[in-house]
Design a protein. Structure first.
Length: 103
């Protein structure tokens, strides 16, 4: 899940750096707290990989073992599952676009 940066120093820096176009919960371009992210990478893939890698076998001795576990977890994801996730993301995007008039 992606969260907005809310620290005062961070907001001040972002507003100065990006000419008041930073997106956070307390900036001119507002980011709703804990809003859903519509990309399949965020709402499905990273969560799935994290659960597989850090599940019951969390005893990696070095970064290389961790990397290998991530690669193996990625290899085990079914292509049809990814197609369904992508289709679901497209549907959610269409629903969001259809409801834009509510804001």
């Amino acid at each position: 899940m992606v969260l907005a940066h809310n620290g005062r120093a961070v907001i001040t820096y972002l507003n100065e750096r990006f000419d008041n176009k930073a997106i956070a919960t307390s900036t001119p371009a507002q980011w709703p707290a804990r809003s859903a992210n519509l990309t399949p990478l965020v709402y499905y893939l990273w969560e799935t990989i994290k659960n597989k890698v850090y599940g019951s076998h969390f005893n990696y001795n070095n970064v290389e073992q961790l990397r290998e576990a991530v690669v193996e977890a990625l290899k085990k994801i079914n292509l049809n599952t990814l197609r369904k996730v992508t289709s679901s993301a497209a549907k959610q995007c269409r629903l969001c676009l259809a409801n834009l008039s509510l804001f």
